[in-house]
Each structure stands twice: as C-alpha cells, then as structure tokens.
Design a protein around this ligand. Sequence first.
Ligand code: NAG
Ligand code: NAG
Ligand code: NAG
Ligand code: NAG
Ligand code: NAG
Ligand code: NAG
Ligand code: NAG
Ligand code: NAG
Ligand code: NAG
Length: 588
Amino acid sequence: MLVPRFQLLLSLTGIGSGLHTSIPGTCKSYPGTPSWPSAATWAALNQTLDGRLLQPPPPGAVCHPGQPTYNASQCANVTEEWKTYDFHAANPISVMWDKFDNFTCLPEQNTTCSPAGYPAYVVNASCAEHVKIGIDFARKYNIRLNVKNTGHDYLGRSNSPGSLSIWTHHLNKITYNEGQFKLQGSGKVISGNSFTVGGGSQMYDIYAAADKHNQTIVGGGAKSVGVGGYITGGGHSILAPRHGLAADNVWEMEIVTPGGDILTVNEDRHPDLFWAMRGGGGSTFGIITSATLKSYPSPKVTGVTIMIITDPKESFVFDLITYIVSQMPSLMKQGFSGYNIITKDMEIPIQEPGIPDRVAGFMGKCILQDVDDPEAVSKAFHPINETIQKRWPNRVQFYTTLEQYDSFLAWFDKNYDTNQAGGSLYLVSRLLDGEVLTGNTEALKNALQVGMSGSSRSMEAFMVGGKGVQEATPRGGSNAVNPAWRTAYVHALNGEPFGPFNKSEEQRAKEILEREFQPLRDLTPRGGAYINEAFPFEKDWQQTFWGSNYAKLLKIKRRVDPTDVFWCSPCVGNERWQVRQDGRLCKI
Ligand SMILES: *[C@@H]1O[C@H](CO)[C@@H](O)[C@H](O)[C@H]1NC(C)=O
Ligand SMILES: *[C@@H]1O[C@H](CO)[C@@H](O)[C@H](O)[C@H]1NC(C)=O
Ligand SMILES: *[C@@H]1O[C@H](CO)[C@@H](O)[C@H](O)[C@H]1NC(C)=O
Ligand SMILES: *[C@@H]1O[C@H](CO)[C@@H](O)[C@H](O)[C@H]1NC(C)=O
Ligand SMILES: *[C@@H]1O[C@H](CO)[C@@H](O)[C@H](O)[C@H]1NC(C)=O
Ligand SMILES: *[C@@H]1O[C@H](CO)[C@@H](O)[C@H](O)[C@H]1NC(C)=O
Ligand SMILES: *[C@@H]1O[C@H](CO)[C@@H](O)[C@H](O)[C@H]1NC(C)=O
Ligand SMILES: *[C@@H]1O[C@H](CO)[C@@H](O)[C@H](O)[C@H]1NC(C)=O
Ligand SMILES: *[C@@H]1O[C@H](CO)[C@@H](O)[C@H](O)[C@H]1NC(C)=O
C-alpha cells in the first residue's frame, strides 16, 4: 500500500503528475492479477449501467471446438463475413485487421483461441452518462481504458487487451440543423447548415442522412469509417481540397473527459480542448459523444477515371510517374481531387482490349465538383497528354472515362472503398507539398522509386490536400491538425501485409516500410504524416504527426489527464507507459 499512498501524498501536495507517474514498473490492473476488481464489483458496475456491461466472446470463437460459443454453421458464416468491414464494425470488440487482436482467436480451427487479445469488458454506451460511468470506473480501478467504434483503424488504437472498452457504436443519432446553429454556453450563432451526429456514427449513415436534405459533409472514403476517430485524426476527404479537412468543419462537440466530466466544447467553451480534439488524435483527451459538423450543398460530381499506362519493362517508367505526380498541384488547382495509385508493375484492374495484363504508370479515381464546362476534363489533361506523347511517342496509353452524378452520395455509392478487412498490414505515409512535387525532379523520382520497392510495387497518391486544406478557417482560428497539412497537396501512402504468427515476417514488413519512405521523409524535413493512415513506428512520431502543435497538445493532455486514464500508441503524451511483452501496460 505504500506506493499508492505515496502517490496520493504527492498529488495532494500538488507536486504533480511528473513525479508520481515516474514510479517505474507500476502497471494498469489486468485480468487475473490481485488488483483486478472482483466479480461483485463488475456486477455492481453492470447495475449502474442498467445491464449494459458486456463480456463479449472473441468473435472467432465460433470456429473453435471447446469454446462456449462454438458452432460450425456460424463459423462458416463468420469466416466469410470476417473479410467485410461491416462485420467488425457491428461487433463490440472486433477490429478490422487481425494483428491488432494479436491473432488470439482467428476464425480458423487450426489456430488457438483465447480472449487474451481483446478487452475484458465492454460498456455498450447509448448516452454520455454511460461513457462517463465507464471512464470513472477505469480511473478508479486503474484499468486500461479502450475506445472502440467501428475498429476501422490502421494503427490498431481501438483494441487493447485486458481493458474496459467503451463501445460508442450505438451513439448514432443524426440531426439536421438548418440555417443556423447556436453554440452552447456562448450564445454565438453560426449561420449555415450542419449536422449533429452521435460519436459512434459511421460515414455512410451521415452521408445518407445529409443527402435527404441535398447536403453533404466532409467525410471519408469508406462506409465504415467512424466519425470519432476520423475527426480527432484530422480526417482527409475527397471533398477536403474544396472545403478543408473534416476537423476544420467541426463547430462543437460533446465529450467525456478523462476526469469524467461531460462537457460541451466549442470556440468559446473549453476552447483548448476543442482545439485539441480536432486533430490531436483519438483516445487521448476524451470520448466524443456527439459532434456538430458543418455541411455543404451536395455537389454535382463528374467522376473521372484516368489511366496513364505503359509497359512495366519500359526504361522511362519512373520518369513518366514522376512527371504525372509533378502535375498534381496543377490539377488540384483546376478543381480535381481523388484517390490515385502509381505503380511500377501491377495487374490491370479493368480488362480492356488492347491493354496489356500488367502495366506501369498512373490510375486515378478523381472527381470534379459543380463544373458546367463539359470540356473541363479534356482541357485539364490535354497539355499533360501532349507532353507525354512528345516525350514518349506511342509508348504510353492515356484514357479518361467520365461519369456524371447528381449528388455526392450518388458518386459515393459507386466509388466507396471496397477493400477487404481481415488479414494484417502496416501502412506508411507522408504528406507532400508543392515544393517536393514540383521542385527537384531527380530527387522526387528517386524517392518514388524507393517508395515502391516493397511488395506492392505501387504507392497511393491521394489528392486530398490543396487549397481547401491550406486555406481552411477552423472555428476559433485554428485546430490541432498537423501543420504539415497546411502546405500539402498529396497524401502518399503504402502498405505491407504480413501473415499471422510470423514475427520475422512482421518485422520484415516494418523494415520495408521504414526504409521505403525514408527518401520522402528526407525530402520533407519540416513535413509530416497523416496520423490516421501512418506507420505506427515512426521514429520521430511526435514531430511527424503533430509538428509544432505537439508541445501545446502535451500540455493539455497533462492537464486533463494527469494520471493517464487514456493511453494509446502513437498518441499524444503516451511517453510514460509501454506495453510489455505479456500485453500489460506499465509505467516506464
Ligand atoms: C449485465 O446485466 C445484464 C442484464 O441483467 C446481463 O444480461 C448481462 O449478462 C450482464 N453483463 C455481465 C458482463 O455480466
Ligand atoms: C448454430 O447456429 C445456427 C445459426 O445461428 C443455429 O440455427 C443453430 O441452432 C446453432 N447450433 C447449435 C448447436 O447451437
Ligand atoms: C451470415 O449471417 C448473417 C446473419 O444471419 C446474414 O445476414 C449473412 O448474410 C450471413 N453471411 C453469409 C456470408 O452467409
Ligand atoms: C490454418 O488453415 C488455413 C486454411 O486451411 C490455412 O490457410 C492456414 O495457413 C492455417 N494456419 C496455421 C497457423 O496453420
Ligand atoms: C447495445 O445496446 C443497444 C441499444 O442501445 C442494443 O440495441 C444492442 O442490442 C446492445 N448490444 C449488445 C451486444 O448487447
Ligand atoms: C433536393 O433536390 C431535389 C432535386 O433538385 C429536389 O427535388 C428536392 O426537393 C430537394 N430536397 C430538399 C429537401 O431540398
Ligand atoms: C492522348 O493523346 C493520344 C495521341 O494523340 C490520343 O490517342 C489519346 O486519345 C489522348 N488521350 C486523351 C485522354 O485525350
Ligand atoms: C515467415 O515468413 C517468411 C516470409 O516472410 C517465410 O520465409 C517463413 O517461412 C515464415 N515462417 C514461418 C514459420 O511460417
Ligand atoms: C501476443 O500473443 C502471444 C502469444 O501468441 C503472447 O506471447 C504475447 O504476449 C502477446 N502480446 C501481447 C502484446 O499481448
């Protein structure tokens, strides 16, 4: 008992968090250890929650004879559904990529199954009060706290073993505020349209609700992206080049803090928390129970599929790719945004007569919004095509396909992210500004070449920065979004998959990603990366994900969460703890 009393004394004397958290070796309480609350204590929590405490079995357990939920027909179903985002989004503990459950219960009979990789208990929250009760319990009993909505997180921040998890999925009410919105506790009225959405809302539900009013919000490219993790990370969007990042479009939030306070935060009330919650990263400063997001008239969308391709064996492949990438700022200034892939060698996704099976070059899924000029696309691409035909006559094929959509939702319905869940991968990314894209061609070419040296032989080059992001005017003057976004045009990223139970393969994936993007890091020394699609093991992660905002974010974190009730990685202020080999979270 000496240690806790000593801690208490220090905090009473106001010596503060710096000292009392430096006692090494102290861990968060863990199932099966003496400090873990008794069954009766958990039952009492359940009662306080009106029976909303869950102890979910691992979702893969239906495939394992000997597990209480074993059921062969359900196993067949789960094995199939495991590949879908929706399955994991609807489950209280499942996340999209297997690595983040530590492979403890895959839906495969020939593997082992235990609940060890998952949260121990879950609060099925449907109001802010439930969230508060969960946070208060975790703080009081020193239990690792987890926050999960859909589990659509490439960095695995929505699962923690042996934790109490707050499942925000059912906080999903969506209301339209037409014409104006009055900030709570401030009296200020913001004019314009907005939606107030529950913290567990998913992109598709918001898009669909907004479309009923011919509106849209700045949102993500996959249906199952959850709003909380998305806006706390900044939130890039195909609409961002016009309207700014998702975080730039937040007017107000209701959050529950690590201290258990249910607060409305906006530019006039708790402005520093409002600032931090928009870009400072998820699961760090509090849990969003609702957010009010500015909306826009849904645009008429011209969908533009572009292919600029050549034979992978051509010697000029990287000259071609570098040239196209260098044209992205100019294309974006003409209104284009979109999701592109550049490749040195991949199978063509669309079979067309006259196109070889394997190609190198550029393939893009872009849009223009609200353009009247039917020639806008050909005008923009004509000079690019001319240059290409001049430099590499008859060696490059250049196709564009246009489709018109009456609304953003109509476009999204045909173009949302249809990738598979399940399996494991890590990502790496870098934000690219105008200088790196249009400056030293040789340096960029080299960086792109190294950047495609992994197993994908490709790289994604999303046109999601540009004017709207660079000139964004977030409420209150600023937010915690990585300043690197404010000069970026392109979010470049790559991934490396790895199989289960193979440490050396996982290690190899990390090394490839670390190495692949080093030239892009070197070319953007003051730049950074997008926290929600990133390499979780960036060496200089504080600078990479938050740049000059880090110091202020850390100060806010220490003030609102002096005892680290919230902890995740890579997340602001997590430096005092580490996950041990056995999965426990302990002070360093
Ligand atoms: C919580 O209580 C509900 C209703 O009484 C019960 O169905 C549920 O199993 C309990 N949860 C746990 C984890 O025991
Ligand atoms: C297995 O699951 C199916 C589908 O949910 C159900 O109909 C069946 O009764 C279950 N079998 C057993 C043995 O519980
Ligand atoms: C799995 O079961 C769910 C619920 O019964 C059903 O909606 C779904 O279509 C099934 N999926 C497959 C692949 O059989
Ligand atoms: C288990 O079986 C599946 C399907 O046959 C196979 O792909 C996988 O490699 C096996 N896993 C292990 C750990 O043996
Ligand atoms: C969670 O709560 C919602 C109501 O808010 C309920 O519909 C749902 O069935 C609950 N989920 C589980 C797994 O108990
Ligand atoms: C949305 O736009 C359509 C087509 O212009 C129009 O018919 C409809 O009334 C509009 N709906 C609302 C809610 O404004
Ligand atoms: C690009 O130029 C070539 C050669 O002039 C032409 O065949 C092709 O149709 C052009 N592509 C586009 C999309 O304009
Ligand atoms: C692990 O993966 C590597 C390839 O990355 C492979 O060579 C090796 O055989 C795998 N090891 C096991 C035990 O499967
Ligand atoms: C992951 O699982 C392995 C067993 O497969 C275990 O040894 C290890 O401690 C676990 N790691 C974490 C961080 O939970």
